[in-house]
Design a protein around this ligand. Structure first.
Ligand code: AMP
Length: 228
């Protein structure tokens, strides 16, 4: 955090969608394609849990139960991260906002630096497929590349395609019971944001049940138009 004001032109994109919709995968692809910064509050919270910070300590049990961490904690974490220098390139928010309170706080934060949301893109998926998607996923412990037992296994079993690391990790909350709670939280608390961003004229929707690369192409076109 350096306390400086970022240029007002830095793009701000939001990916909306239930757990398993592919927000993280697509955000990383957009990050590479457009030079933006992927900002995942889930990743920031997991880092806070691992570091044993006060925020991490109070978030852990809530995350393990698949419920939403309090708005105050998440907004504070997001505000700090947004003030980092690299975010001046523009950001893709992955997993934030998840409540109307967070969405309103984001608008207020952005207004402070004269920024606004370029697009909020909803990744539309069938709930029924999400449990399978989530239960099979894992990431490279070295570079964070995402994989899936069925849909995207490494080319050589046990070796990361990107960085050749041989250690992988699975998230503690990627299990069938927690996924049900996470889907419920999405529908109850996050899906109202679709109407919220539609009312702002910022909403785009993408059918995210297809192939990863096809969805990436469609998203890339939306981001190009929204940031032109
Ligand atoms: P994710 O990695 O986005 O799936 O998030 C993992 C977990 O972190 C969620 O199930 C929540 O418990 C918590 N979390 C992440 N982002 C938020 C947010 N914006 N608001 C509340 N809780 C969040």
């Amino acid at each position: 955090m350096d306390g400086t004001t970022h240029p007002t032109t830095a793009p701000v994109l939001i990916l909306l969608g239930p757990p398993g919709a592919g927000k993280g995968t697509q955000a990383r692809m957009l990050e590479e394609q457009f030079g933006l910064v992927q900002l995942s509050t889930g990743d920031l919270l997991r880092a806070a849990v691992a570091a044993g910070t006060e925020a991490g300590k109070s978030a852990k049990a809530v995350m393990d139960a698949g419920e939403l961490v309090s708005d105050d904690i998440v907004i504070a974490i997001l505000r700090d991260r947004l003030a980092d220098d690299d975010c001046a390139r523009g950001v893709i928010l992955d997993g934030f906002p998840r409540t109307t309170v967070q969405a309103e706080a984001l608008d207020t934060l952005l207004a402070e630096t004269g920024q606004k949301i370029n697009a909020a893109i909803s990744l539309d998926v069938d709930d029924a497929a999400m449990v399978t998607r989530i239960s099979g996923r894992f990431t490279c412990a070295g570079c964070g590349e995402g994989y899936h037992d069925t849909f995207k296994a490494p080319a050589t079993a046990g070796v990361c395609d990107k960085c050749q690391a041989t250690e992988f990790k699975r998230r503690a909350d990627d299990n069938a019971e927690t996924v049900a709670a996470r889907l419920e939280a999405y529908h109850a608390q996050t899906s109202p944001l679709i109407a919220f961003y539609q009312a702002q004229g910022a909403l785009a929707r993408v059918n995210a049940m297809g192939a990863i690369n096809d969805i990436a192409t469609e998203l890339g076109a939306i981001v190009k138009t929204a940031t032109a």
